[in-house]
Write a protein that binds this ligand. Sequence first.
Ligand SMILES: C[C@@H](O)C(=O)SC[C@H](NC(=O)CC[C@H](N)C(=O)O)C(=O)NCC(=O)O
Ligand SMILES: [Zn+2]
Length: 223
Amino acid sequence: MGGEKPRFSNEMAGVRPGKMTSTQPESRAQGRSIGAMAVWACFVKWAWNASICIDHIHSNMAESAPVVPSDELLEWPKKDKRRFLHAVYRVGDLDRTIKFYTECFGMKLLRKRDIPEEKYSNAFLGFGPEESHFVVELTYNYGVDKYDIGTGFGHFAIATPDVYKMVEEIRAKGGSITREPGGPTPEPLCQVMLRVGDLDRSIKFYEKVQYFFDLLCEIHVAV
Ligand SMILES: C[C@@H](O)C(=O)SC[C@H](NC(=O)CC[C@H](N)C(=O)O)C(=O)NCC(=O)O
Ligand SMILES: [Zn+2]
């Protein structure tokens, strides 16, 4: 424990490609695939050397108290290799969507494939190799340049070290920001778990950082 005070915040932003799209959907139901869907860029940042586990959950804390104890949660993936691989999204313009995800969010195009016999192409994008990272699989069906977004799909959420910088870069590239970062966000930061070496000293420290302490629900003494 030591070092500068931890700084972190959880800012959400809503983003849609702007100029890169031919039309902006009037409403979700009439909306058409604009090459990409709304993507929430989440910002969680800390500047401190302790391991900070930040959970922000989709509903209030009472309804979504952790079901699995946190230490079991950390052990689980070491034993169970099942995991999410990708989510598939059909788009009307594969290259325009690849350009949006790579230039605006910093994703990498991991692989692309064309299946002429079935008249479609796929592109896989993400923030790391498919062997270890969840990725987005985009599907382009030959000759299909728009889809009804419908009302079922919500968003992809991504984390970024600086949501404000990302938002400005997206705006500069013609993207439209549907929700400015800075909240109030529908998903308030609900709890922070800290592993510290000295419980009493840590409690004294965090009582001074009132905001942080309000969020702090548990302190684990590092073993
Ligand atoms: C590559 C592998 O990860 C896949 O997911 S391919 C899945 C396959 N996709 C297609 O057939 C694309 C063309 C099709 N006309 C479509 O639009 O999906 C598939 O099973 N698609 C059906 C689905 O529900 O995803
Ligand atoms: Zn698949």
